[in-house]
Design a protein around this ligand. Structure first.
Ligand SMILES: *Cc1c(COP(=O)(O)O)cnc(C)c1O
Length: 360
């Protein structure tokens, strides 16, 4: 007999809202923190050759040894401290499946990357949210309060933080590491755009700090879906036990390994983006908006006299798409602009000037 009623999903996840970024067809798209630059031509040529040489009838190297070895060398750690997956989102999901889950607690400090709480809930865990101050820094008292009240099994910090752009104070990372007995995940998706990294805390055996990274932003490879975590070896072993077998296909392993041969080109792209971030920040400082210092490839800003969503619409009307954060908790009325190429940023600055001056 066919059922006519819909099959009920798990009651704890049926209320989850879907995570996605609105796509609008406009000429200038600065809403998802992608790199505006394509990857180097040399890499593209290499990838074309790799496609022809892969043993497509064979399963991939399940341990992704060559790729993990190259990532480990880049960070000066042992390969046993590297776990690679399909984007850092899959890395985070695998960490949460292993260390969160039903009956466990995951802490975040909002406003921050919404996917941390989302993936934690999907794992079955309870999410507790600490609050950042009004300038989006995090106080040591708040860290202490959240850890002592909830003893979280997993605590996230995101540095530089999305969507605020703030680099986490080093003292906060050390404090959390000291007082938490659970896993500490530092999401460093934007680390290459800033100076300080917590990788040095992450690889020692017996430790409880892990640092996630991605090829999506700095490496101009959002389309490749490749991310990794530096973690103590016993945590990496756990992740390998939990993730699906052969989760990382042969092509991706080879393409990621090839990308690591283009560090200079990547650094050039990062330098251009950091310079353009400076130009955007400077332009915003002359407009009627509040902004906060960013260590990432985006800048958060808040129009002082016009609502965030109304400003977003005025930008769309002028062919510029930014991220509308105006309804997110803690960043009410804020918009987030991804640093694009020189022309895109000029178009954004000009469109924003006009949008702020437009009469009703
Ligand atoms: C973009 C982003 C990621 C990246 O996810 P991928 O799955 O690697 O593309 C992770 N964390 C944060 C905070 C991000 O903004």
């Amino acid at each position: 007999m066919a059922r006519s009623a819909p099959v009920p999903p798990r009651s704890d996840i049926s209320a989850l809202s879907k995570y996605h970024s609105a796509q609008v067809e406009v000429p200038v798209r600065l809403n998802t923190n992608e790199s505006p630059f394509p990857p180097p031509q040399g890499w593209r040529d290499e990838v074309a050759r790799l496609v022809a040489s892969i043993d497509w009838n064979r399963y991939p190297d399940r341990a992704a040894r060559a790729l993990r070895g190259a990532i480990a060398a880049r960070h000066g750690v042992d390969m046993s401290s590297v776990f690679v997956a399909n984007g850092s989102n899959e890395v985070l999901q695998t960490l949460l499946l292993s260390y969160a889950g039903a009956g466990r607690t995951v802490a975040v400090f909002e406003p921050t990357y919404q996917l941390h709480a989302h993936l934690a809930r999907i794992s079955g865990a309870t999410v507790v949210a600490g609050r950042r101050s009004s300038d989006y820094t995090l106080s040591s008292e708040e860290i202490q309060r959240v850890v002592s009240e909830h003893s979280p099994n997993v605590t996230f910090l995101c540095s530089p933080n999305n969507p605020t752009g703030r680099v986490e104070a080093w003292g906060n990372i050390e404090l959390l590491t000291d007082i938490s007995s659970g896993l500490v995940i530092i999401d460093e998706a934007y680390a290459e755009f800033s100076e300080r990294s917590a990788v040095e805390l992450a690889s020692a055996p017996g430790g409880h700090v892990v640092v996630s990274r991605t090829f999506s932003k700095t490496w101009s490879l959002a389309g490749l879906r490749l991310g990794y975590v530096i973690a103590p070896p016993e945590i990496v072993d756990m992740l390998h036990a939990v993730v699906l077998p052969y989760h990382l296909d042969s092509f991706k392993q080879a393409a990621g390994l090839a990308a690591l041969g283009y560090v200079d080109e990547m650094n050039d792209r990062v330098a251009r983006i950091v310079a353009e971030r400076g130009r955007i920040t400077e332009a915003l400082s002359r407009l009627d908006v509040d902004t906060w210092p960013s260590g990432a490839n985006f800048v958060l800003f808040k129009p002082r006299r016009i609502g965030g969503h109304a400003t977003w619409q005025r930008l769309v009307d002028r062919g510029v798409l930014v991220r509308d954060c105006s309804s997110w908790s803690g960043v009410e009325d804020c918009l987030r602009v991804t640093v694009g190429n020189e022309d895109e940023n000029s178009a954004f600055i000009e469109a924003l000037k006009q949008a702020l001056e437009q009469s009703e």
